[in-house]
Design a protein around this ligand. Structure first.
Ligand code: ADP
Ligand code: ADP
Ligand code: MG
Length: 649
C-alpha cells in the first residue's frame, strides 16, 4: 500500500477521497489554486501544494505542475477524482513516466472509451447491445441526414467527444435535422474542439440505468445498477440504487454486459457503463443499449456504496496498489435502497442559473450522508462547479429511503446563496417519482409545478420581521421596548420580487403582534423560545441585510433600509431625522458647512447595522441637533439644513 497519495482535484470529491485515504492510514496531499487557499479540501489533507491561478487551465488541469507536486511531497500515487484530468490519457502516461501510479484505468482503456463512436464499435464487437445508429466517419450533412432517415425519427445527434450533455440534440422531424446538426456541431466544436457527431435512435420513455463495474485489469465484477433517469437537460439531478422495477433477469443481463465491456478493454479500477433503457413497457432484458463508459469514479457512487457496503475509494486504492479484487461477484449483495440528491447553488426560477455567494451558514441534518466540499464561511466562486453537497440517504425500502431524503433536504440549511433545495424537495414529493415511474422526461414534463416555489407563510414573514428588528435573540431589550412605547414599528421586507410592509407591535415583554398583509400574527415567548402563530419559531440566520428563515427550502428576506425610502421621500426636507431608534455613531456635519445631495452626514447604529444618513438635497448645515454617542428615538431631529441663499441673506 502507498504511504502518501496526492489528490488532483478540489471540492467535494477531493474531500471524499481524503476521508477514505486517512481512514486507511495514508498521508494525503492536496493541490490548490489561488481561489482555494482556504478551501475545505486543503484543510482535509495533511499537506497542500499551491499549483497556480484560479482558472482550471492554470491549476487543476496543469498535469505537469501536479506531477511535480507529487514528486516534491513524496507521494507515490495520484487520485484524479472526477472531471479535470480524470479521463485524460495523456496525463496517465505522464504520471507513469514520472514513476508514479495513476489511481484509475490504463491510458489505453481511457482512449478506447474516450470517443463515443469508437467505443460503440468496440462494444458492438464485444457483444454488448448498442443503440441502433450511425457511428461512422462520414460527417457530410447529406449523408448524416440520410442515416437519420434510415434509423427512423426521432433521432438523437450526439457529439462523439461529448460529455455533460453538451453537443446533443433531439430531432423529432426530418425538416428539423439540418438546423439541429449545425447547432450540435458548433457546440461540440466550442466545448470539445471536435465537431464530429453520431446519430442514434432516440429511445422513447428512456431510462438511464448504469452499472458500476470494478476491474483488476483482467477480470471485472459489477456492483449492480444505479437509476439516473431524473435528469434536467441530460444532467443528473437525483440518482438511486437499485433501479425501480428491476428484475433479476434484467439485472443479470445488464451486469453481464457491463462486465463484458470492462473486460474487453482490460479495465482496472472503478468505472461506469451507462445504458439507455426503453421503459415504455416495463424493464425487459432485450430493452437496454450501451451509451458510453465513464472511466472514473462517478459523482453518484455513494448510492452504490450505501446498498453494497463497499467503500469504492478504498477499493480504488487497494487495486491501484496491486491487490486483487476485494470481493468476488457472488460475495456482492444489495441491501435496501439509496438516493442521492445534488445540492447546487443555483437560481431555479431564473432557469437554473448557476449562483455564487459566501455561505454565511451551512448545516445538514443527521439522517443523511452529506458529501460536501464547502463549509460555513466558504465561497461558491464563479471559477468552479457550484455544487454545495450531495445528500445521500439509505433505507430498508425505497419508500423509506425517499422519505429520509425529503427530510434531509428539509433539514438542510444554507444561507448566503440561492439553492435548488426547493426543487429537490418538490421532486421527492412528486407522485410519479414516489411510485418509481421514472424516465428522463419526467422533470421536463412537470417543470412548472416542480419549480413553483411556495411563498413564505404569514408566520414565516412575521418571524423574519422579528429577526430583522433584533427581537429574536435576547429577551426583548428594555431599551427598545421603552423607546417604542406602545407604538408600532414599521418594517419593509423584500421576498423574491415582492415587497412586504409589516407593522410590529410589542404588546408585552414576551408578546408581539405582527400585522402582515394577510392578517395579524401573534408571537409569544415562552422559556426563551418564540412561538409564532402557535408553532415554535424556525431556525434562522441574519447576514447583513438578509434574513434567512429555514422554513421549507429556506426563505430569504432582504430588510429594506428605511433610509433608502427616507432619502427619496425626504428630498427637499430641511430636517434630517433618525428613521428609527438607535445610537448616533458619528456626525460629519458642522454648522455653516455646504453640502451636496447624497453627502454622508451621520451614521446611525440600529438593528445591529450601521446606516448612513445622507443629505437629501444641496444646502448648508444650519444646525447640528445631536452628538455622537446620543441614543435617539425614531423621528428625533439630527441636522437642520437651510438653503445657500438663506444663509447669504
Ligand atoms: P456524471 O454522469 O457523473 O454527472 P459528467 O460527465 O457529467 O458525469 O461529469 C462528472 C463531473 O465532472 C461533473 O459533475 C463535473 O463537476 C465534472 N466535470 C465534467 N466535465 C468537466 C470539465 N470539463 N472540467 C472540469 N470538471 C468537469
Ligand atoms: P454524456 O456524455 O453527455 O453524459 P450520454 O451519451 O451519456 O452523454 O447521454 C446523456 C443523456 O442523454 C442520457 O443520460 C439520457 O438521458 C439521454 N440519452 C442519451 N442517448 C439517448 C437515446 N439514444 N435515447 C434517449 N435518450 C438518450
Ligand atoms: Mg453520460
Amino acid at each position: 500500500m502507498f504511504d502518501t497519495i496526492l489528490i488532483a482535484n478540489r471540492g467535494e470529491i477531493a474531500c471524499r477521497v481524503a476521508r477514505t485515504a486517512k481512514a486507511m492510514g495514508l498521508t494525503t496531499v492536496a493541490v490548490y489554486s489561488d481561489a482555494d487557499a482556504g478551501a475545505a479540501h486543503v484543510a482535509a489533507c495533511d499537506r497542500a501544494v499551491h499549483i497556480g491561478g484560479a482558472a482550471p487551465s492554470e491549476s487543476y488541469l496543469k498535469g505537469d505542475r501536479i506531477i511535480e507536486a507529487a514528486l516534491e511531497t513524496g507521494a507515490q500515487a495520484i487520485h484524479p477524482g472526477y472531471g479535470f484530468l480524470s479521463e485524460n490519457p495523456g496525463f496517465v502516461d505522464a504520471v507513469e513516466a514520472a514513476g508514479l501510479t495513476f489511481i484509475g484505468p490504463s491510458a489505453k482503456a481511457i482512449r478506447a472509451m474516450g470517443l463515443k463512436d469508437a467505443a460503440k464499435a468496440l462494444m458492438h464487437d464485444a457483444g454488448v447491445p448498442v443503440v441502433p445508429g450511425y457511428h461512422g466517419a462520414n460527417q457530410d450533412p447529406e449523408h448524416l441526414s440520410g442515416a437519420a432517415d434510415t434509423i427512423g425519427y426521432p433521432v438523437l445527434i450526439k457529439a462523439v467527444a461529448g460529455g455533460g450533455g453538451k453537443g446533443m440534440r433531439l430531432v423529432e422531424r426530418p425538416e428539423e435535422f439540418a438546423d439541429a446538426l449545425e447547432s450540435a456541431q458548433s457546440e461540440a466544436r466550442t466545448a470539445f474542439g471536435n465537431p464530429d457527431v453520431l446519430i442514434e435512435k432516440y429511445i422513447t420513455s428512456p431510462r438511464h440505468i448504469e452499472v458500476q463495474v470494478f476491474g483488476d485489469g483482467t477480470h471485472a465484477v459489477h456492483l449492480f445498477e444505479r437509476d439516473c433517469s431524473l435528469q434536467r437537460r441530460h444532467q443528473k439531478v437525483i440518482e438511486e440504487a437499485p433501479a425501480p422495477g428491476m428484475t433479476a433477469e434484467m439485472r443479470a443481463a445488464m451486469g453481464q454486459a457491463a462486465v463484458r465491456a470492462a473486460e474487453a478493454i482490460g479495465y482496472k479500477g472503478a468505472g461506469t457503463v451507462e445504458f439507455i433503457v426503453d421503459g415504455s413497457d416495463g424493464l425487459r432484458p432485450d430493452g437496454f443499449w450501451f451509451m458510453e463508459m465513464n472511466t472514473r469514479l462517478q459523482v453518484e457512487h455513494p448510492v452504490t456504496e450505501l446498498i453494497t457496503g463497499v467503500d469504492l475509494v478504498e477499493w480504488q486504492l487497494r487495486v491501484a496498489a496491486g491487490e486483487g479484487l476485494p470481493l468476488q461477484q457472488e460475495e456482492l449483495t444489495i441491501n435496501g435502497h439509496a438516493f442521492e440528491a445534488r445540492l447546487y447553488a443555483e437560481d431555479v426560477p431564473k432557469g437554473f442559473l448557476p449562483a455564487t455567494g459566501t455561505l454565511s451558514h451551512l448545516a445538514f441534518g443527521e439522517g443523511a450522508r452529506a458529501d460536501s466540499g464547502v463549509r460555513a464561511g466558504d465561497t461558491i466562486s464563479p471559477h468552479y462547479d457550484p455544487m454545495i453537497a450531495k445528500l445521500v440517504t439509505h433505507g430498508p425500502t425505497r419508500a423509506i429511503a425517499l422519505k429520509r431524503l425529503d427530510r434531509a433536504l428539509r433539514e438542510t440549511q444554507v444561507a448566503g446563496t440561492v439553492t435548488n433545495l426547493g426543487f429537490l424537495g418538490a421532486l421527492c414529493r412528486h407522485e410519479g417519482f414516489a411510485r418509481g415511474e421514472v424516465d428522463t422526461g419526467l422533470i421536463g414534463r412537470d417543470l412548472d409545478a416542480l419549480v413553483a416555489e411556495a411563498g413564505p407563510t404569514p408566520a414565516v414573514v412575521a418571524q423574519a420581521a422579528l429577526a430583522a428588528l433584533g427581537l429574536m435573540c435576547a429577551p426583548v431589550p428594555g431599551l427598545g421596548f421603552r423607546l417604542w412605547g406602545a407604538d408600532a414599528r414599521r418594517i419593509m421586507l423584500e421576498s423574491g420580487e415582492e415587497e412586504i410592509a409589516l407593522k410590529v407591535r410589542l404588546t408585552g415583554a414576551n408578546h408581539a403582534l405582527i400585522e402582515t398583509e394577510s392578517g395579524p400574527v401573534q408571537a409569544e415567548r415562552r422559556e426563551g423560545t418564540w412561538w409564532i402563530a402557535g408553532a415554535r419559531a424556525m431556525d434562522w440566520v441574519r447576514n447583513g441585510d438578509v434574513v434567512t428563515v429555514f422554513a421549507g427550502a429556506g426563505q430569504r428576506f432582504r430588510v429594506i433600509d428605511p433610509l433608502e425610502r427616507a432619502a427619496s421621500a425626504g428630498a427637499g426636507a430641511d430636517v434630517i431625522e433618525a428613521p428609527m431608534p438607535g445610537l448616533v455613531k458619528a456626525l460629519y456635519a458642522e454648522a455653516g458647512q455646504t453640502v451636496a445631495a447624497g453627502d454622508r452626514l451621520a451614521v446611525l447604529e440600529a438593528m445591529k447595522m450601521e446606516h448612513a444618513l445622507l443629505a437629501p438635497r444641496d444646502g448648508v448645515v444650519a444646525e447640528v441637533l445631536s452628538q455622537a454617542g446620543d441614543q435617539v428615538e425614531a423621528g428625533a431631529p439630527l441636522i437642520r439644513l437651510e438653503d445657500a441663499e438663506e444663509e447669504a441673506a
